[in-house]
Design a protein around this ligand. Structure first.
Ligand code: ATP
Ligand code: MG
Length: 260
């Protein structure tokens, strides 16, 4: 059975794309068939996997979603890129922002991505969706088709307000669109273990949420090497096999598999 995981937080720059990429490749390393979906018009996941000019890619998530809106057969096999690290990718580019605007007037606008995912689910063990930093229509689509949502939280600022808003959106989606949606967990990212501030934030997240939600035991340390992979076109396992963030993403992968 395929598990669909949306990586979401409307706060920008918290490690969503880095997590989607390295969780995806980590799951593939364990022998799973993995599809990554870039759900952000910035195409950061697409770029991070080495496709430096996403706007030149012709068939992307926007193409597939517009085909679904027009009730034509989506050109899935043309869109899927097979990456050398053993994951498949449905890329995204700037066209996704125009698509998101068109989606607003479409019938069943919240479940377009679900229609797409339903047609390809049987080919994969995991589908990981990298969401954009907003709670707009595409993020709602991702939540509406996901089995779980993984929430990266940067341990360097007070995340509580943003998290409350995200939880409200998740509850709304659970009530109206997807009763099966669960929170996979909150993942603390960019944890600078040297500072008390990072420790305080981590503790605050645990104190506030751990009785209602899973907070991953694994935390992702702040790492310059992790920051560099977005321009390297490879996962952290390739780029920095012995690094501490690499080890953390490996442990996270195991936690996600165990949690299934
Ligand atoms: P956006 O909201 O813009 O989509 P995001 O939530 O997807 O951002 P990333 O792009 O994964 O976040 O990360 C934001 C920045 O922080 C990037 O430059 C990335 O390389 C860097 N980064 C990610 N993880 C770490 C880490 N563990 N240590 C240091 N830097 C990191
Ligand atoms: Mg991103």
């Amino acid at each position: 059975m395929c598990k669909v995981i949306a990586v979401a937080n409307q706060k920008g720059g918290v490690g969503k794309t880095t997590t989607a990429l390295n969780l995806g490749v980590g799951l593939a390393d364990k022998g799973n068939r993995v599809l990554l979906i870039d759900g952000d018009a910035q195409g950061s996941l697409t770029i991070s996997l080495g496709y430096k000019e996403p706007d030149r890619i012709e068939v992307t998530l926007a193409t597939l979603l517009s085909e679904i809106m027009e009730e034509t057969e989506p050109s899935i096999s043309e869109a899927i890129i097979h990456h050398a690290e053993g994951v498949d990718l449905i890329p995204a580019n700037i066209e996704l922002s125009a698509l998101e605007i068109n989606l607003v007037n479409a019938m069943s606008r919240e479940v377009m991505l679900r229609s797409l995912v339903d047609t390809i689910k049987s080919d994969y063990d995991y589908i990981v969706i990298d969401c954009m930093p907003s709670l707009g229509m595409l993020t709602i689509n991702a939540l509406a088709c996901a089995d779980s949502v993984l929430i990266p939280v940067q341990a360097a600022y007070l995340p509580m307000k943003g998290l409350e808003q995200l939880m409200k959106t998740i509850s709304r989606v659970q009530r109206r669109l997807n009763r099966n949606l669960v929170v996979e967990g909150i993942l603390l990212t960019m944890v600078d273990c040297r500072t008390n501030y990072a420790k305080d934030i981590s503790q605050l997240v645990i104190d506030t949420y751990s009785d209602q939600l899973h907070v991953f035991d694994t935390t992702i340390p702040l790492s310059v090497r992790a920051a560099e992979i977005s321009v390297e076109g490879a996962s952290i396992y390739q780029y920095d096999p012995k690094g501490k963030a690499t080890a953390a993403y490996r442990t996270l992968t195991e936690e996600v598999i165990k949690h299934a």
